[in-house]
Design a protein around this ligand. Sequence first.
Ligand SMILES: *Cc1c(COP(=O)(O)O)cnc(C)c1O
Length: 234
Amino acid sequence: MIAERLARVRLRVAVAAQEAGRDPRDVRLLLATKTQPADLVREALAADARARADDPAATALLVGENRVQELVAKGPELAGFADVHLIGPLQSNKVNAALRWASCIESLASLDLAQRLSARTTGPLDVYVQVNVSGEPTKHGVAPEQAVELATAVAALPRLRVAGLMTVGARSADPAVVRSGYALLRGLRDELVASGTRTATELSMGMSGDLELAVAEGATLVRVGSAVFGPRPT
Ligand SMILES: *Cc1c(COP(=O)(O)O)cnc(C)c1O
């Protein structure tokens, strides 16, 4: 079941990349594992490893956790099996726990948190600046107008490396609206690289429902949960 669903997602990414004239291997896949038990996550990682045995150039699955509590609970069981990213908001009192189990923080949205991470990590630590491209009030992330300034300031801190920008796309049934948010993130990334933050090449965007739109706009990392694990209980 999981192997089949993973294969289907890989295929969707590959088709979308080809249609955009991109190399599918430039788009990594991150498994968003919120609420999923560690043994199921490991099953997915094992299925993916078997599938990649036929395609040695394919990149390994990443894992993304939303909550530090889950990151800590599953961390010991996933250590050595996958790189785990934190993809949900991080409170400053949980920095040490996050650093213990995550190799990358994708949800950085304040200079204060960046300074705390910089002070506590042994580094180098990869971070993404999360941008709220849709302006929806429930969404985490800095406003698009502040993204380049924040990312530039973060890049100047010791031990942190800005890998790129991350966003959660607009909650809209209109693909043009969703896509324009992804285009906005791409433009910000281009601006950031051009202004001197040369490590910030990555774009973490696109989920189960809209990954094709994100890949068309240049996503280098898509984060997929329900397309692999099935719908989450509500
Ligand atoms: C849950 C989640 C995803 C994956 O969402 P699906 O729609 O299940 O693919 C991606 N990114 C973040 C930040 C998430 O919380």
